[in-house]
Ligand binder design. Sequence first.
Ligand code: SF4
Length: 419
Amino acid sequence: MPLPDLKPRTARRGEVPSRSDAGEGGRLFGRKHAGRRPGGVVGSGASLGVTLAALTQAARHDLSCACGPSQHRQRGSDGLWIYPAALPSGRRAPMLKVLQASGCERNCAYCAERCGGQGRALCLVPEALASAFLDLHRAGHVAGLFLSSAIQGGAVATMDRMLATAELLRRRHAFRGYIHLKLIPGCQPAQIERAMALATRVSVNMEAPTAAHLARIAPGKDFQAHILSPMRQVADAVAAGHFARGGQTTQLVVGAAGETDREIATAAADGYREMGLARVYYSAMQPVPGTPLAERAATPFLREHRLYQVDFLLRGYGFSLDEIHFDEAGRLPLATDPKTLWAERHPERFPLEINRARPDELLRVPGIGPRSAERLLAMRRRQRLRDIGALRAAGASWKAAAPYLLLDGKPAERQLRLL
Ligand code: SF4
């Protein structure tokens, strides 16, 4: 995919610090970035494409725009990281995921952008970022924007730059597509209001399930003031009908703070119930060179996968948290998925007659999801289901489901053995 011509644009006066603010000694917005090579504030010129590529690469660790781990996460031939992501409508669309700035003044232990990191401290002025995005959009390469940022010059100034970018897209360029804005920890309530007025969806990254865990890995973040309060503000706005679009999402880092799966799942369940979260995303900690966690073993992606499975059970299958099996140490067993584990521990519920089972009972069968359950219900309204082929036709995972079902009074597993 060729990189569209990123035409130089000039920043409006007063929108962002001028290039000279970056200085020669690595100072950006008045703060020294120890250990980082000075980059600068980029508004135009040949370096814009290179800077944009670097800032899209820096954004790839954030999953809150629904470009989950199973999705294609590859850099294109032009150096940009563009991901297919789920929109609030459920449709998937290519998303430009980018940081407004890299090279953070905070010190989160798991983050490649942390103060003292090895990368360059860069910052795109709002006009440059807005016009680069629009060029990509007009060329048909992206449908939406996911915008986050490392913190430079404080949370409020950082959020202001992101809001200015979104404002340009919405107001000056009348862009009506998808914009996801990250709410920077420490930004002001009025900025959150502004973000909700401009964005399709917003997110605050919880990163850890409790205040104690967060303090271990993100010393600059206050769980109540920087995480829960903004989430509550958005939740209240959604409940009052003031932010009726995509709502809010969050992300938790898995395995960075010594937290258990039970603690993560509890935080997610609370978030869905009390904050009305649209989605929770889980990101297995991968050690980043130059961070305090560099020597830590990577969190297995299977652990992240098991948490996503629990998440689906809580959101779409009618499970409650106390029906999820954790071991004594609060871990999800990796060998078996949580739904099969629940079914194995409840032999009194099976086998189920596929022609009589209620919708909620069908959803409890391993291998049957909401869509395949719906299809089975539609199929059995037309005819009695006697053949295991019905499970296949419904899109169910028939090998997983067969041991738990009767087909017109006969164990489905018997047919499975004949195949
Ligand atoms: S505030 Fe965000 S960008 Fe900065 S170090 Fe922490 S996680 Fe990284």
